[in-house]
Write a protein that binds this ligand. Structure first.
Ligand code: AMP
Length: 195
């Protein structure tokens, strides 16, 4: 049963409004499904919209944020719970441990780094949790094309490219994508070597 979902997304204000709207819708529908939203505790950008969407449905919103960001006043006081970590690395490890699935919305290098760490750790069999990319307005298309090239030129195993994550276009498709994700055991690391 899915109890907590991590959502990685932009910390930038001023992006086109459809991206913010998608973040709000995702937060709201996760909360409506009784799922706790775990995120980077940002009070700006898509993170803010995500949190507001979940809060609008009475959901639980847990921010995980490193101490240095709290000292900058970057934490979101609207979160229902805040977990402060010593470092960025600890933050990502804590989020990965806490959640049952991970979702990436559009973002900048911070979001991409978080998404790629989730993918790398899954590829290595360090976790087997579903990963869903919400491809609002085709935002991720260039990155998906780069992953295709990695797979076609054998920099990446095709099974990792094709089955490690799911791409959806709308937040409303996220929960069914999580439910349908391929079971991913530690042995996928070894199976993949033989593909
Ligand atoms: P980006 O995708 O580059 O906008 O970065 C988003 C990610 O960067 C978040 O998930 C956080 O890890 C981190 N981040 C950047 N700025 C902030 C902020 N003001 N508050 C909280 N987290 C932030």
């Amino acid at each position: 049963m899915i109890q907590r979902v991590a959502v990685y997304c932009s910390a930038s204000d001023g992006v086109p409004q459809p991206y913010n709207d998608a973040a709000y819708r995702l937060g709201r529908l996760l909360a409506e499904a009784g799922i706790e939203v775990v995120y980077g505790d940002g009070g700006i950008g898509l993170m803010k919209w995500l949190a507001e969407g979940a809060l609008s449905a009475g959901g639980k919103v847990t921010g995980v944020i490193p101490q240095f960001m709290v000292e900058q006043g970057w934490n979101n006081p609207r979160s229902t719970q805040t977990i402060v970590t010593a470092s960025m690395h600890e933050r990502k490890a804590a989020i990965t441990r806490m959640v049952d699935a991970m979702v990436a919305l559009p973002g900048g290098v911070g979001t991409m780094e978080e998404l790629f760490e989730c993918l790398t750790w899954k590829q290595l069999g360090l976790h087997g949790k579903p990963i869903v990319i919400v491809n609002t307005d085709g935002f991720f298309n260039p990155i998906l094309a780069a992953l295709d090239k990695m797979a076609s030129e054998r920099f990446m195993q095709p099974v990792h490219r094709n089955e490690m994550f799911t791409v959806v276009s709308e937040p409303e498709q996220v929960l069914s994508a999580i439910a349908a994700a391929r079971t991913w055991g530690e042995n996928m690391r070894d199976q993949a070597r033989t593909v």
